[in-house]
Write a new protein. Structure first.
Length: 167
C-alpha cells in the first residue's frame, strides 16, 4: 500500500472539482488524477448532488497530493490561501502564468499573484526572488521590491536589473 502524505490540501469547489483537477493536471508535469469518489443516493436530501456526480477527486500536481471537493456554493476561494509555483527560469514563469491565468480574473493579477478560472489564487514566483529580496547589495532589495510592485507577471531580468541599480 502506498504511503499516505501527512498533509493534503483540500480545495472546496461548488461543482467543478473534477474539471478543475483535470485542468491543473494538464499544466504540471508529474501529475495525475487519482481516486474519484462519487455521490450516491444516500444523504441526497443533505448534499443535493445527483448520484454519480463527483464528490471528491484525489489528484497530484508535481507529486504533491491534493483533494478537490464538490461541496456546493457555500464557500468561495480568496487570497488568504494561495498556491506557490516556484520557477527556476523566466520560461517557467511565462509558462505557468499563461496556463494558470487562462480564463482567470485579470483584475486579481499583481506582484506575481493571479486568480485562475476557478477562483484559486496562485503565486508564480522566480526562485531568484529569495536572493533579490534578501541580498547584501545596499538598496538592492528596496529597488527590486519597488520594481515588483509595478508588475503583474514577474520579470526576472527586470527585477535583477532593479536590484543591481541598472533599471
Amino acid at each position: 500500500m502506498p504511503e499516505i502524505q501527512r498533509l493534503t490540501p483540500c480545495l472546496w469547489f461548488d461543482q467543478q472539482a473534477e474539471e478543475a483537477a483535470r485542468f491543473y493536471v494538464s499544466i504540471f508535469q508529474n501529475s495525475k488524477i487519482g481516486n474519484v469518489a462519487r455521490y450516491t443516493e444516500a444523504g441526497q436530501e443533505i448534499h443535493g448532488r445527483p448520484p454519480g456526480s463527483a464528490m471528491t477527486v484525489a489528484f497530484q500536481l508535481d507529486g504533491q497530493e491534493f483533494i478537490a471537493l464538490n461541496g456546493g456554493p457555500v464557500f468561495k476561494f480568496n487570497e488568504a490561501i494561495s498556491l506557490v509555483v516556484n520557477c527556476d527560469s523566466q520560461a517557467e514563469v511565462d509558462y505557468y502564468w499563461e496556463k494558470l491565468s487562462q480564463g482567470g480574473d485579470e483584475q486579481a493579477q499583481q506582484c506575481g499573484w493571479l486568480k485562475d478560472r476557478y477562483g484559486v489564487s496562485w503565486q508564480v514566483v522566480p526562485t531568484a526572488m529569495a536572493e533579490l529580496m534578501s541580498g547584501s547589495l545596499p538598496g538592492g532589495a528596496q529597488r527590486a521590491t519597488e520594481a515588483m510592485l509595478k508588475m503583474k507577471k514577474l520579470d526576472i531580468g527586470e527585477l535583477r536589473r532593479a536590484y543591481e541599480g541598472k533599471a
